[in-house]
Design a protein. Structure first.
Length: 433
């Protein structure tokens, strides 16, 4: 279990990103119009959009902005969900699903536009996101997704195997598709940059203050920490995969419907000029159709930021370096010897159907979880939707398909077994469709 005293992960992002703002702890009894739990992308985006409307908001964070999933991920800005396509979303949620599809479609541009508007220094590159297919039969997946997303106005394009080879510099994939609005960022720099903007706009952020519980008293929400509390008219719970990691009483319903799964990230030493002319020369973000995902993008210092997963015990870092290094050499022999300077991990919030969950937690109280590996663009985009919700915008105008929390059966046991799904994914990846 993570704790407030846990150190920052030894990640590339922590090594290269300027320190965040100096923030106070929450002490004593305070008031706000809106209180937000969690200073990740959703919480900070919600706070910023509320401040743009002149609404008083206080954010309460367990450690520091970006310490959780928002600052530990690969930084790919992807305007899709991981598995569900638009028809799946609309079938599940109807008109609200249509609105969510539109939000997902625009989510990458929403993020990059926000970064440009506030001049956030987050190494943002809107160079596109590519999903290559790893076997000939899986081109059906790309065809389906291009057809469905095109129907909803997304700028997607189907690529042949030859076009994919020219785009990525390898013949390892069999075509696929891409969306030019995607790209990549330094996620920790984005979180810290958003925090600075929230403060500059007059918002409040309290750090190193894990929320222990919240409850309704009269017409107010009371959010309690070890040393203080905030009373507010409205509440947004934006702690996602880390909801149950500091207090089991925070929001058991949300914590039990999402599976926190470790995702490992890695950064190579900077690649040479010659290698970069061959390997993803357009600097797109790439994540393919493997269940055991192959993903990579460059950072601002020309490191290839990638990752993988391992099961079992022992030296996981060493095994990852060997496995992923060999993978990169198979994909791009031109890369030469692969050395990794950074290996780190963080939780991804997974749901059983790979769809996010949005909830009304009571009068003027909202929350969500389940980014399923697509949290960067989606989380930032959802911030404006939650800001609308607490301002009283009607449900039929929100891209928030609300539902009741449904816990995963035998959640504790399934959490122990979840890493071993990697073995299932590997078996499926070898099968043609």
């Amino acid at each position: 279990m993570e704790t407030a005293n846990a150190p920052w992960p030894q990640s590339l992002w922590a090594a290269v990103t300027p320190a965040g703002p100096d923030l106070p702890e929450l002490k004593g009894s305070l008031e706000a119009e809106v209180v937000v739990i969690g200073a990740g992308f959703t919480g900070l985006s919600t706070a910023l959009h509320l401040r743009e409307q002149g609404i008083d908001v206080a954010v309460v964070e367990a450690v520091e902005p970006g310490w959780g999933a928002s600052g530990r991920n690969n930084g790919q800005v992807i305007p899709t969900l991981s598995r569900p396509d638009p028809e799946d979303i609309v079938k599940r949620h109807g008109a609200a699903g249509e609105r969510l599809v539109a939000l997902i479609r625009d989510s990458a541009s929403i993020l990059f536009d926000l970064v440009r508007r506030y001049q956030i220094q987050a190494e943002a590159e809107q160079s596109g996101w590519v999903q290559p297919v790893h076997s000939p039969g899986r081109i059906k997946i790309a065809e389906r997704r291009v057809k469905q997303w095109s129907k909803h106005g997304a700028p997607v394009e189907l690529l042949s195997s030859d076009e994919m080879r020219k785009l990525l510099g390898t013949n390892a994939w069999f075509g696929g598709f891409w969306n030019k609005t995607g790209g990549h960022i330094n996620p920790l720099a984005l979180a810290r940059g958003l925090a600075r903007v929230v403060l500059a706009q007059g918002g409040r952020i309290y750090a190193r203050s894990p929320v222990e519980s919240f409850k309704r008293e009269g017409d107010r929400w009371i959010v309690k920490t070890a040393q203080g509390q905030i009373s507010a008219r409205a509440l947004v719970v934006a702690s996602n995969a880390y909801t149950g990691e500091f207090s089991k009483q925070l929001s058991p319903g949300i914590a039990s419907e999402v599976m926190p799964v470790l995702s490992w990230q890695m950064a190579t030493q900077p690649l040479s000029d010659a290698a970069r002319k061959v390997i993803i020369p357009g600097r797109q973000a790439v994540s393919d159709t493997h269940g055991e995902l192959y993903f990579m993008r460059y950072d601002a210092r020309h490191r290839l930021v990638t990752g993988g997963n391992v099961v079992g015990f022992g030296d996981k870092t060493g095994r990852l370096k060997e496995m992923v290094g060999a993978r990169l050499q198979r994909l791009w022999p031109e890369i030469g010897e692969v050395k990794f300077d950074y290996v780190w991990n963080g939780y991804v919030g997974m749901t059983t159907d790979f769809l996010p969950r949005m909830h009304k937690l009571g009068p003027n109280a909202f929350g969500w979880t389940g980014c399923n590996g697509r949290g960067v663009a989606l989380s930032v985009a959802l911030g404006n939707e939650f800001s609308k919700a607490v301002r009283g915008v009607p449900d039929d105008e929100l891209a928030l398909p609300f539902s009741e929390p449904v816990p995963i059966a035998a959640h504790g046991l399934m959490r122990l077994l979840a890493p071993f799904m990697l073995l299932v994914y590997r078996r499926r990846d070898k099968k043609e469709i």
